[in-house]
Write a protein that binds this ligand. Structure first.
Ligand SMILES: Nc1ncnc2c1ncn2[C@@H]1O[C@H](COP(=O)(O)OP(=O)(O)OP(=O)(O)O)[C@@H](O)[C@H]1O
Length: 246
């Protein structure tokens, strides 16, 4: 399978502060990779670096065979940020049209793609409401619909399931699996263990360090624990023991 994202020996930070140390990551076409870790672990920093919004302090990032940062790459990435970037005075439909045009979705396809994206996130009956009247979860769902709109080969979703109820979460996961089966690459960040269990590959980050990496089945076998949450806890204890011994 073709490599979509290749991160090699990445060190990243802000000013003199180091936030990520020695990150190596490969994501191939058709794969769903979840970055999982507590708040402040460095997930968003890694995603922003892969998007080319932050230049690596050292190491390299390649996306779709192109070194980042690269402005032209952005057209090939469906990005859902952690903070919703929506026009609240406009309706959801107007937001979708605006972002669809920005992302170069041909006018003739916009209605059809908008209808599909809105149905995936269950917003088809609320498209004519102003976004100011949306709940937090509805705004997340609209942001996800926007990321899906241009049918990009790579989806990068920062905390896509925050504020989303379990039933809709299942529906969204069904769609993400369908997209991956069709060859799309999906990178997402999460705090939620149920999301981690759905992914093909996991990278657990704690304190800016990748403490465990692999398929959920491989990690459960390697750590000999019953759940992904236990893997995370055990890998964290191993990390703490190493830190104390350093
Ligand atoms: N613009 C910035 N300037 C300085 N420090 C930053 C900046 N953005 C993030 N940080 C710091 O980098 C570290 C990692 O933050 P990051 O947002 O990548 O974590 P995260 O794992 O995505 O957390 P969360 O799950 O809460 O979003 C934190 O200590 C944070 O305070």
């Amino acid at each position: 399978m073709a490599t979509t994202i290749q991160v090699t020996d990445l060190n990243q930070g802000y000013g003199k502060t180091t936030v990520l140390s020695d990150i190596n990551l490969t994501v191939t076409a058709g794969e769903i990779l979840a970055l999982i870790g507590p708040s402040g672990a460095g997930k968003t920093t890694l995603v922003s670096t892969i998007m080319g919004m932050l230049r690596p302090k050292s190491g390299t990032v390649r996306v779709l065979d192109t070194a980042v940062p690269n402005r032209a790459l952005l057209a090939k990435i469906g990005y859902m940020a952690q903070t919703d970037a929506l026009y609240t005075t406009l309706t959801a439909r107007e937001n979708l049209h605006f972002f669809g045009t920005m992302m170069g979705v041909p006018r003739a396809q916009q209605d059809q793609q908008m209808a599909h994206a809105a149905a995936v996130v269950n917003l088809d009956h609320d498209l004519d409401k102003a976004v100011a009247d949306y709940s937090g979860g509805m705004k997340r769902r609209l942001s996800l619909a926007i990321a899906l709109l241009a049918d990009p080969p790579l989806l990068i979703l920062d905390e896509p399931t925050v504020g989303i109820d379990p039933e809709l979460r299942q529906q969204i996961w069904q769609e993400l699996h369908r997209l991956a089966d069709a060859g799309k690459t999906i990178l997402l960040t999460t705090h939620v263990m149920e999301d981690a269990e759905e992914a093909d590959e996991l990278m657990m980050i704690r304190g800016g360090v990748a403490i465990a990496q692999g398929t959920p089945a491989k990690l459960l076998a390697e750590y000999q624990v019953p759940t992904i949450e236990d893997v995370f806890l055990k890998a964290g204890r191993v990390q703490d023991a190493h830190t104390r011994n350093d």
